[in-house]
Design a protein around this ligand. Structure first.
Ligand code: NI
Ligand code: MN
Length: 225
């Protein structure tokens, strides 16, 4: 499995011969100007919640690629009305896709669309494949519900927001990694806006102190599982 960082909380995961994008917010992210939205491959697009910094490029990419969207019921309703293909899920549910199994799990956050309309409840995904198991928490606070995940999944990599203010900050994300029993973390949702700028060395040290490896990728860079 290859996971490419596209800036903010946007990812391109390649697994089982498919490309799975997560929360594409690229065209308005000045830090991600090296990424060409209109040449990204996508078989699926996972959407954690309806905020603009997670859905901005969904329709643009989905209409060009014919990708299937996967999210909560309300977000899929919203995009299928616009002519996109979608697979609705809700919290606690899992489904076996051709690239792996997804479980839609709890997140503590909000989820309105940019116009204020209801975007369902926010969530995260556990992606289980032959090549490893990844927890994508989405925007969330630290929550005790995270302790349920390792009862069902042996998580190899936790993708967690670390930028604070709108989500967990560094200290809470360290504890989230402990809650899900994972010693490898990919940080997301930092540096994009003034409110979420972080000190990278301080973040890595905070995780290292607890025996957890924090990876912070440059935009466009990838890691392998
Ligand atoms: Ni959000
Ligand atoms: Mn966000």
């Amino acid at each position: 499995m290859k996971i490419q960082y596209l800036g903010h909380a946007s990812l391109a995961i390649t697994t089982g011969g498919k490309t799975v994008l997560v929360d594409p917010f690229i065209s308005a992210n000045e830090l991600a100007s090296s990424i060409d939205v209109d040449s990204l491959a996508a078989d699926y697009i996972l959407i954690t919640h309806a905020h603009q910094d997670h859905i901005l490029d969904v329709e643009r990419i989905a209409k060009r690629t014919g990708a299937t969207l996967v999210s909560n019921f309300e977000i899929i309703e919203h995009f299928t009305k616009k002519g996109c293909k979608g697979h609705p899920m809700n919290h606690g549910g899992s489904w076996q896709f051709d690239f792996g199994t997804l479980n839609y799990v709890n997140a503590v956050h909000s989820s309105s669309f940019p116009d204020g309309s209801y975007g369902g409840q926010p969530g995260g995904f556990v992606l289980t494949t032959n090549e490893g198991c990844v927890y994508i928490s989405g925007d969330t606070a630290l929550t005790y519900d995270m302790k349920l995940l390792p009862l069902f999944h042996a998580i190899d990599l936790a993708i967690l927001p670390i930028g604070d203010n709108f989500t967990m900050g560094i200290d809470a994300a360290v504890m989230a990694a402990q809650f899900v029993k994972c010693t490898r973390v990919l940080g997301v949702h930092y540096d994009t806006f003034g409110y979420i700028k972080i000190d990278h060395e301080q973040a890595k040290n905070a995780f290292a102190k607890q025996g957890i490896d924090l990876t912070l990728l440059d935009i466009g860079q990838d890691l392998s599982l």
